[in-house]
Design a protein. Structure first.
Length: 324
């Protein structure tokens, strides 16, 4: 087992639509534990990593459900804070015929928005291999600063810092250009993961301009996924692409989080300040790590839910043996 992976941000309840009437409205919604950073923590734990989650949950029944779900998945919860000042966030998820999801968020004000730097335990970053965040904790100014402070503390402790854009426009004020608010966090990350749509959105002045700006920060590896189409990876001195697995999708809700969890499980095994440079220099090892992450994502879309959909390491290995 590698050193711990600490994931920070929101955990929430995903209510998935089930059974539709003649007008296309859901007859019921079934609760699943979710939230992007929480999903990544579960993905890493299911792969045998020492994963922990840090964030704020409400002192309500949904918070109890999430805390129990994290623990049952093998995720450490010593870094979870609770509050009675706000409720746990909710999201309602609907899927189209191809398993693509859309979200309706019931978030603000919610408990995850109330996390502040003082809620990090003094020893939270001791021995951590990777600290992971996403943009969902950047939508509120005070929470965004807590997120950046966590990134700075993780770096000072010697951890890799991972950032998944995971853009959810519905969580941002209407009409606001979020790009200027996200670049400070992008510049604090060693590893950045984007979807193809997010890369296009971020690269408003062209891909090369976005890459040049990213390399002005700490980043040494950018990975851009595009469903089952080839993924692209970038380093300041190299770039490439890799084909991905094709499967019949049932639910894509946690696919990106499963990919990130798989990738971080590989990166957590690396040591040294130049670990990402050495990984890129050893191209077969980089490709192996990306294939493993892609297999985690592919397996996840064949199942319903988020926590429940994350595969174990043996499942991933078997999948990779039987799928080109």
């Amino acid at each position: 087992m590698s050193r711990p992976i600490l994931c920070f941000g929101e955990a929430l309840i995903d209510f998935h639509a089930e059974g539709f009437d003649d007008a296309g409205f859901a007859r019921s919604f079934v609760p699943f534990a979710g939230g992007a950073p929480a999903n990544v923590a579960v993905a890493a734990a299911r792969l045998g990593e020492a994963a922990r989650f840090a964030g704020m949950l409400g002192s309500d029944a949904f918070g109890d459900f999430l805390l129990d779900s994290l623990r049952r998945a093998g995720v450490g919860t010593d870094d979870v804070a609770r509050t009675d000042a706000a409720n746990t966030a909710l999201a309602f998820v609907t899927l189209d015929a191809r398993g693509e999801r859309s979200f309706s968020f019931y978030r603000g004000p919610s408990a995850d928005l109330l996390f502040r730097p003082e809620h990090f335990r003094p020893a939270a970053f001791d021995g951590v291999a990777v600290f992971h965040v996403c943009s969902n904790s950047m939508t509120d100014p005070a929470l965004a600063e807590a997120t950046r402070e966590g990134m700075r503390r993780a770096r000072a402790a010697g951890a890799l810092v991972s950032f998944d854009l995971n853009l959810r426009p519905a969580l941002w004020p209407e009409g606001l250009d979020a790009r200027p608010l996200l670049w400070p966090a992008l510049h604090l990350a060693d590893v950045v993961k984007l979807s193809a749509e997010e890369f296009a959105w971020l690269a408003v002045d062209g891909e090369q301009a976005a890459l040049d700006r990213l390399w002005n920060g700490r980043a040494r590896l950018l990975v851009v996924t595009d469903a089952d189409r080839p993924l692209r990876w970038f380093h300041p001195d190299a770039e490439g692409e890799l084909p991905c697995y094709r499967v019949e999708a049932v639910d894509s809700t946690a696919a990106g989080d499963a990919f990130v969890g798989g990738l971080l499980s590989q990166l957590a095994q690396l040591d040294g300040a130049d670990r990402l440079d050495r990984l890129v220099a050893a191209l077969p090892r980089l490709h192996a790590a990306l294939r493993f992450a892609a297999a985690c994502g592919a397996l996840t879309v064949t199942r319903r839910g988020s926590f429940e959909a994350m595969p174990g390491r043996d499942e991933v290995a078997a999948f990779m043996e039987t799928h080109a």
